[in-house]
Design a protein around this ligand. Sequence first.
Ligand SMILES: [Zn+2]
Length: 160
Amino acid sequence: MTTTYTARPIAPRVLKELRTTDDAGRPTAPFTDTEGGAPLRCCLGRSEPGDRIALVSYAPLRRWAAEKGADPGAYDEVGPVFVHADDCPGPDTGAALPFTNAHRTVRRYSAEGHILGGRLVEEPETFEQAFAEAFDDPAVALVHVRAVEYGCFLYEVRRD
Ligand SMILES: [Zn+2]
């Protein structure tokens, strides 16, 4: 399935920081993943048994805002994400949208970094439609794809 939208992994520069200290100021504690299957925000795929990974606090909106010069104020949130503990090649370019195998929320944000609403996405083939619908509103600058039950941030899709 081809996609017109790009799932953005955590930027390499940010990963480098998170692999030392996370966005909550805690030192990163890598461990060997014995089971595999952790959703990695660096590669946008699942970990393999034996991978060295870390669970870190990440502030996706704060990181985006720093890049764009926006001030999300109280909308800033920090949450747990899995990443490879060491340098990794990142996601396959041109791959299908990741993590579409479960119910997700697509949360919309304005250029100021304020929440503009969201939508529950239940079927893998309706993600494209949910993004198209979000960006039909000219006020929407980016969306977050999040897990429904845990609320965890999975990846970002931007208008550009
Ligand atoms: Zn990785």
